[in-house]
Design a protein around this ligand. Structure first.
Ligand code: ATP
Ligand code: FE
Length: 335
């Protein structure tokens, strides 16, 4: 069964072909244009999607070495995301499926970040049901109880910023490029995580809060640069290591509560921030310390990609779960 997946929820235009759950191609066109603005500009994003979508899909088919007539279904991201961006992928997917007379399958982007774990990869152990998924990305921070492929409950989430935003906004304060997550991760490895202390937010239960951290970092940096104008440059590694240490602490604390509350000890992570080396290490360390088992997807399936959309398409295809052609994009789609 050949499924084409199309992803256009934010600033990456992506297409992928999978065959019976195995990835044949996984093409992503990054939109460099947003770097100059220090964040994604929605108008520019949808315009770039329009320019990219045809060549990206074309490349995905070429790399998979199949013709569009061999496809069994087209899966696309219906939401959540930027409406203008989602509309490009949605309209394209609808037209293609209609033209080829094959089923159209809507996919929830946040479910896809989780179900990316079910892509067939040699040597990769898939998480057994039920498991806990921690989705940490640019727009979301959630702990989800996954009882089955399409039986998911959000049991905790951020009440303000997402963890990816915490990385990106801290990076902006420090004068790093956008997105800052990967750079902070890299610099953090060279610094002392306990050099500076940032207080963790007090949020009850399984919810998160990250907006206070960004403000704390802003005041801290402003204060220190009064005494030393080169404070950031002189201490960048230690600052990054301390920020990363604080963020990891917040995430692990909540996971511990979630494991205790649910009794579920299988933890899968997903979303762009799960590429973070410190978080991956802390989860691994938790296997001995807290007795849990962790599942970490391959790097290219953590940040936005279309293979994760295609795998959800495949799972839905097996269930005959198709969408009607009058379907529209939904910016605030929930799990
Ligand atoms: P959502 O999935 O919630 O709609 P998104 O699709 O924009 O949001 P992703 O592409 O999943 O988000 O993730 C992007 C985020 O991941 C950015 O905030 C980026 O800084 C962060 N990120 C990527 N790599 C790393 C890393 N190594 N360490 C920390 N953060 C990282
Ligand atoms: Fe995403």
């Amino acid at each position: 069964i050949y499924i084409l997946g199309i992803e256009s929820s934010c600033d990456d235009t992506a297409a992928s072909v999978i065959c019976n759950g195995k990835v044949l191609s996984n093409v992503v066109a990054n939109q460099k244009i947003h770097e100059a603005y220090g964040g994604v500009v929605p108008e520019l994003a949808s315009r770039a999607h329009q320019q990219n979508i045809v060549p990206v899909v074309d490349q995905a088919l070429k790399k998979a070495n199949i013709s569009k007539n061999e496809l069994h279904a087209v899966a696309f991201t219906r939401g959540p995301g930027l409406l203008g961006s989602l509309l490009v992928g949605t309209s394209f997917a609808k037209s293609l499926a209609f033209g080829l007379q094959i089923p159209l399958i809507e996919v929830n982007h946040m479910q896809a970040h989780i179900l990316a774990h079910f892509i067939e990869e040699e040597g990769y152990n898939k998480p057994p049901f039920p498991f806990l998924a921690m989705t940490i990305s640019g727009g979301h921070t959630q702990i989800v109880k996954v009882s089955n492929y399409f039986d998911m409950d959000v049991i905790g989430e951020t009440i303000d910023d997402a963890v990816g935003e915490a990385y990106d906004k801290s990076g902006k304060i420090l004068g790093l490029g956008y997105p800052a997550g990967p750079e902070i991760d890299k610099l953090a490895k060279l610094g002392n995580p306990k050099a500076f202390k940032f207080t963790k937010p007090k949020v009850d239960g399984l919810n998160f809060s990250f907006s206070g951290l960004k403000t704390a970092i802003l005041y801290f940096v402003q204060n220190e640069t009064k005494n030393n104008p080169n404070f950031i440059e002189d201490n960048i590694n230690d600052i990054c290591a301390s920020i990363q240490y604080t963020i990891i602490g917040i995430l692990i604390d909540k996971l511990k509560i979630a494991v205790k509350q649910t009794g579920i000890k299988h933890i899968a992570i997903g979303g762009g921030v799960s590429a973070n080396s410190g978080i991956r290490q802390a989860l691994k360390d938790g296997e001995n310390k807290f007795g849990w088992t962790t599942y970490v997807p391959k790097f290219e399936y953590t940040t936005d990609n279309a293979a994760m959309i295609a795998i959800v398409g495949y799972l839905k295809y097996l269930n005959n779960d198709f969408s009607e052609n009058k379907i529209t994009a939904s910016a605030r789609l929930k799990i």
